[in-house]
Design a protein around this ligand. Structure first.
Ligand SMILES: [Fe+2]
Ligand SMILES: [Fe+2]
Length: 471
């Protein structure tokens, strides 16, 4: 089952050839996907050889094969992780019953909504990142960008498979719509706000892959717990691909701040910008902006939808089996700190209604670990600046703090003060223009742009000085 059949028009490990109807539906969607990829995927470089990895098995470890591929020839396909024998629903009201192999009728609508919402982020990020190769700081970075892009394309395939295989005509319509919405288009925007934000420069890209792809990791992990087995299996395999996106982000930011530290020390006035680099305070503002934007992706802190998803066994908590003892969650509560009439008050909310927040808590912990590693690098670079994550209340547009104003430490400020001091905390137009002005392509093998340090090592055991993209 784990072997992937590359002989077929659509590579898969779901025995697609045995289901002619589905095969036909997917083969009909395939050219539309290709057209979308050529129209909305990376602008340029489609005819160049790129050193990419392709999945060859879904077994953990050793699943990837590396080699030169032209992106339009990438073998997108449908790969689910191995089916677990006699799997049971692990949480919620149906706990202990056999996992569903078909869509449970009563949950059809919410299940479809969950899948469409996740699916929509995959092409959205490719669209957001479409222009970045034009300013790649190195060929290695350009290759990483393309790797992320083709895998987001594959994640779209994974979700479209679920829609077409299990949701009949509605599913096919939704699959088509996934290729019709456009990131940032006011008339047909992508579903989630963070996926309509522009990604005009590489600092944004690295922050995006650190924080937004990490939201993806947590959403996928929660869906990997799902009682709907095909969704669980598809998310499990997506998670192995996602790990690379997170490391592109984390090491990308790491290299920017290492270089920032170097240039800060080099400059007589300690000003990295004077040396043509990105300075650490600007980097902090990008972190503030993207971290706060991505917190919104988890949905409202107190949510009856989230309670329904959990109750129905469709979306669990992060590591539901490992981290929790009570999988029904009808007892116990989560304490929220609300800001009401000028004062903080605590409010207890039943656990099921706090599911979004519980996932956000795990996400934040993970982000804190990343920031710790960044700060260790700053310590080793012998500069005193440290990166920090803003409090969860800061700069929120959704949930219990939306419409209120807090500084990055979470202290309440008036709307006027927030407006006045905003650009101490998030990038101003000038900051963005400055970062933008540094974005000049470096296409020479092994060379790096001035504002970013070289990575410690290359890809797949290759040297940093390797022709990751044949120019
Ligand atoms: Fe993805
Ligand atoms: Fe991703």
């Amino acid at each position: 089952m784990a072997g992937i059949d590359y002989e077929q028009k659509i590579p898969n490990n779901v025995n697609l050839s045995s289901d002619v109807r589905l095969q036909r539906a997917l083969e009909k969607w395939q050219p539309d996907f290709h057209k979308w990829w050529m129209d909305m995927g990376p602008d340029g470089w489609q005819m160049n050889d790129v050193y990419l990895r392709t999945a060859v098995s879904t077994e953990p470890g050793g699943w990837a094969q590396f080699g030169y591929v032209k992106m339009p020839d990438y073998r997108w396909g449908i790969f689910l992780s191995e089916q677990e024998k006699d799997r049971k629903i692990g949480f919620g009201d149906h706990m202990g019953m056999p996992a569903w192999q078909e869509v449970p009728g009563e949950y059809r609508n919410i299940l479809q909504r969950i899948i469409v919402t996740q699916a929509d982020t995959e092409p959205a990020s490719v669209e957001q990142q479409r222009q970045l190769a034009k300013t790649a700081p190195s060929l290695l970075d350009m290759r990483n960008l393309f790797q992320v892009n083709v895998e987001e394309g594959r994640h779209l395939w994974a979700m479209v498979y679920l829609l077409q295989a299990y949701f009949g005509r509605d599913g096919r319509e939704q699959a088509d719509l996934l290729l019709e919405r456009r990131s940032g288009d006011p008339d047909k925007p992508r579903i989630l706000d963070a996926f309509n934000q522009p990604c005009p420069d590489w600092l944004t890209f690295f922050c995006f892959t650190t924080f937004a792809d990490r939201d993806g990791k947590y959403q996928l992990a929660a869906l990997a717990e799902s009682g709907f087995d095909p969704l669980s299996r598809t998310c499990k395999f997506m998670l192995t691909e996602e790990a690379h996106h997170l490391s592109v982000g984390e090491t990308g930011v790491m290299r920017v701040l290492q270089r920032a530290a170097e240039l800060t020390k080099q400059d007589p006035n300690g000003d990295a910008r004077a040396q043509g680099g990105i300075d650490l305070p600007t980097l902090q503002k990008y972190v503030n902006y993207w971290f706060s934007y991505c917190l919104d992706l988890f949905g409202s802190e107190i949510s009856s939808n989230a309670a329904d998803y959990f109750a129905s066994g469709l979306k669990g908590r992060y590591k539901e089996q490992e981290l929790w003892a009570d999988h029904v969650a009808l007892e116990g509560s989560h304490t929220f700190k609300l800001f009401k009439d000028g004062a903080f008050v605590e409010e207890q909310v039943g656990l099921r209604n706090a599911m979004n927040e519980l996932l956000r808590v795990e996400y934040r912990k993970d982000c804190e670990r990343v920031v710790k590693r960044w700060n260790r690098a700053l310590e080793e670079s012998d500069v005193s600046f440290r990166i920090s994550l803003p409090e969860n209340r800061f700069h929120r547009r959704q949930g219990i703090y939306a419409g209120q104003h807090f500084d990055p430490r979470g202290e309440p400020v008036s709307a006027a003060e927030f407006e006045r001091r905003k650009y101490e905390w998030v990038p101003s137009d000038e900051d963005r223009a400055y970062v933008g002005s540094l974005m000049k392509p470096v296409y020479e093998v092994g060379k790096m742009a001035n504002w970013i340090a070289a990575p410690n090592r290359g890809i797949d055991g290759q040297a940093v000085e390797y022709e990751y993209v044949r120019v």
